[in-house]
Structures are given as structure tokens and as C-alpha cells.
Design a protein around this ligand. Structure first.
Ligand SMILES: Cc1ncc(COP(=O)(O)OP(=O)(O)O)c(N)n1
Ligand SMILES: Cc1ncsc1CCOP(=O)(O)O
Ligand SMILES: [Mg+2]
Length: 208
């Protein structure tokens, strides 16, 4: 049997006060495979402080701590890996710097980019956006045939991202997504992040 699909949680773009406690409660609410720190407009110092505060919370719970965009900082600060987009620098250099750590690469809706990422040694490829999202101005739209194709031809795990919620995720799980990456479905859940993690895990289990 294939490994079950798992939740990949990404932080909100700006961390609210008391975020560390909210994060701990969210990670204790159900299965979370990875936490990605994604602070798009924060200066390097602020990202560094956030890594120092949040990395131990994730790692103490066996949740892989992934930094967005910055392979050098990820290596310097003991993160478990980095997520890089197509404009986020030298993927091959990051692969060497973070040997033995997790390297994830954004592949949008592109089979070609996914093949390149796989050949380069990525630990996962990310496809999206699957649904409309207000978290990012997403320029690409992916569809489930991409997940089916990738699961058929590749051993490397794939992540689905973009507008994913407990209500719409079932087709992605059934198409072979190994991880569902979410921001809003957890942090903007009407009943709070604990309810968001529970709802996502219940939906993943029901779809499998
Ligand atoms: C798991 C995951 N998938 C895709 C992205 C998007 O990365 P990128 O294209 O570099 O865009 P930004 O997140 O940097 O705005 C991601 N962060 N995580
Ligand atoms: C970072 C990113 N990359 C493509 S869509 C997206 C945003 C995901 O956030 P949400 O789960 O709130 O749609
Ligand atoms: Mg990026």
C-alpha cells in the first residue's frame, strides 16, 4: 500500500502575537508532517528570530521544519530543509549545501519542471495552485491529472498546494498527492487552527 497522504502546514505570511502557542496547539491537534516558515516580507533578522522560536516547537513533535526561500539560512540555523521556487536561486547549489536535508521545489503546473527537479535531487516536487487562493497571487493552475501522472512515473513525493481546504481536498488525495500544503485552511479556520488541523486530517482520512 502507498504511504498515506499527510498534512504540510505553512505559517501565515505575518505571524500574529502569541503565534508560538497557537502553533504548538495546532501541531498537537493531529498529524502534521512538515511545518514551513514562510515570511515573505520579513527582514533576515526577523526570519532568524522566528526560526529560533519555532523550530524547536516543530522538531520536538517530530514535525520537519522547512524554511521558505533561503537555503543558506536554513543550513545555518539547523532547519530540516528548504522550499525553493523557480526564482529562489540555485537549486543545485542548495542541494549540495543541504545534503541529507529536505529540498522541496515548486513546479507550478509543469511536467518539465518536475522532471528537472527530480533529476536534480529534490526530495519533493510541489504542484499548484489547485484552487483560487488569497494567500498568494498564484499565476499557475494545476489539475489532478498532473498528480496522477507524477505518482505513476516517479518515486519522489509530490505536494499539492493552493486554496486547499477540508471541503475540496478529496480529489487531490485520490489523485496521489503525498502531502497537502495549506495556509488558510488552518490559520483562517472559523473555529481556529486546532479545528483546522483536525478538519484537514479528517478529510484526508475520509478521502483515502
Ligand atoms: C510546499 C510549497 N509549495 C509551493 C510553494 C511556493 O513557492 P514559491 O513558488 O517560491 O512561492 P513563495 O512561497 O516563495 O511565495 C511553497 N512555498 N511551498
Ligand atoms: C505559497 C503558495 N504557492 C502557491 S499557492 C500558495 C498559497 C497557499 O496558501 P493557501 O493554502 O491559503 O491557499
Ligand atoms: Mg519562494
Amino acid at each position: 500500500m502507498d504511504d498515506p497522504c499527510r498534512l504540510y502546514l505553512i505559517t501565515p505570511p505575518v505571524l500574529p502575537g502569541g503565534f508560538a502557542d497557537q502553533l504548538a496547539a495546532a501541531l498537537d491537534a493531529g498529524d502534521v508532517a512538515c511545518l514551513q516558515l514562510r515570511l515573505k516580507d520579513a527582514p533576515r533578522d526577523a526570519v532568524k528570530r522566528a526560526v529560533e522560536a519555532l523550530r524547536p516547537i516543530a522538531q520536538a513533535r517530530d514535525v520537519a521544519f522547512i524554511l521558505n526561500d533561503d537555503a543558506i539560512l536554513a543550513a545555518e540555523l539547523g532547519c530540516d530543509g528548504v522550499h525553493l521556487g523557480q526564482q529562489d536561486g540555485d537549486h543545485a547549489g542548495a542541494r549540495m549545501l543541504l545534503s541529507g536535508k529536505i529540498l522541496g521545489i515548486t513546479c507550478h503546473d509543469s511536467r518539465h519542471l518536475a522532471m528537472l527537479a527530480g533529476e536534480m535531487g529534490a526530495d519533493y516536487v510541489a504542484f499548484g495552485a489547485f484552487f483560487p487562493t488569497s494567500t498568494k497571487d498564484a499565476k499557475f493552475r494545476a489539475t489532478t491529472d498532473l498528480l496522477e501522472w507524477w505518482s505513476e512515473i516517479a518515486e519522489i513525493p509530490c505536494v499539492a498546494i493552493g486554496g486547499i481546504t477540508a471541503e475540496n481536498c478529496a480529489p487531490l488525495v485520490r489523485a496521489g498527492a503525498d502531502f497537502l500544503a495549506v495556509v488558510g485552511a488552518v490559520w483562517n479556520h472559523p473555529d481556529g487552527p486546532v479545528a483546522g488541523v483536525r478538519a484537514m486530517n479528517a478529510a484526508i482520512a475520509a478521502a483515502a
